[in-house]
Every structure is written in C-alpha cells, then in structure tokens.
Design a protein around this ligand. Sequence first.
Ligand code: PNS
Length: 162
Amino acid sequence: MKTVLYPGSFDPFTNGHLDLVERAGLLFDRVVVAVAVNAAKSPIFTMQERCDLIRQSCAKLEHVEVVAIDGLLVDSLNQYGADAILRGLRAFSDFEYELQMALLNRNLRKNCETIFMMPTLKNSFVSSTLIKEVARLNGDFEPYVPPPVAAALRKKLGLADK
Ligand code: PNS
C-alpha cells in the first residue's frame, strides 16, 4: 500500500489541487491531503473549514483522506504512514520555493522524498491567492474552484448568491 502526503495551506482548495489529488490516485493507493500551517500566510478559512471543504470536494474519491497537521511537515510522514510528499508545480516561478522546501525537508528527515506533479494546462495558472483576489473584486472565480468552495467563498466574502 503506497501512501503520499499532499500538504498545503489550501486557502481555499482549487480545481488545480483537485486535479493533483485525482492524478496522484493513479500512482498511489492512498492520498492524504494535509492541511498545514504556512507561517507566511494569513488564511481566510479556518483549518476546520478548509478540511471540511476538501472533504466535500473529494467526496467521490475513495483514495483520499483529509487531515489537519501542525508542527513540522516531516513529523507527519510517519504518523500517516506516508512514503513521500506530493507537491504541485505550475510554472517555473514555483520551482525555487519548492526546491528549497524539498531539500530542507530531506535535511530534516533522511530519505524524505518530494514528488512533483503538474496540473492539467487549464488549471496551470490557478492559485488560491488569485482566486481570492478575483472573488473579492467580484470577478467570476467559479470555474476555478469546486462547487462547495465557491459557495463557501461567496459566504465568507459576503457576496450575493448565484
Ligand atoms: O500551500 P502552501 O502554502 O504553499 O504550503 C506550504 C506548506 C504548508 C506545505 C509549508 O509551509 C509547510 O510545510 N508547513 C508546515 C511547517 C513546516 O514543516 N515548515 C518547514 C517547511 S520546509
């Protein structure tokens, strides 16, 4: 049984994230989506809200488990029986940050491997940060997030129902 841990702040979970979770299911028996703390970000959704939205968005995917983690990511690998970390790479601009994290994680825990997957082209420009900005400015963000996330984002930002 091969397990991969897919960490992120997921504020909120987008179609790009969903795409990766689906793709990872073709390679791994179990994908544990780990909602984690990124000290550099101030999320608009609570940890619990983010976990619930991912669970709703992935409800049809049997290989997916959603957990909230705190502390160091590498310390969660054993806890969830994960063989590797999964991260998405969209563009070259993601690479430097991802390389730093992957190498630091491997220094923190020997044999900690990070696997990168690319989303489909139509999701390759989607980021949680941009989605929130478009939503705040009343733009059409709905094509880029799963329906439960769209509804929650509208509610959180006080936008009118569609
Ligand atoms: O979606 P993000 O915000 O790019 O995800 C970054 C995240 C949450 C994976 C990263 O900040 C993280 O691993 N946080 C947990 C604490 C930790 O282990 N930090 C050291 C990373 S090298």
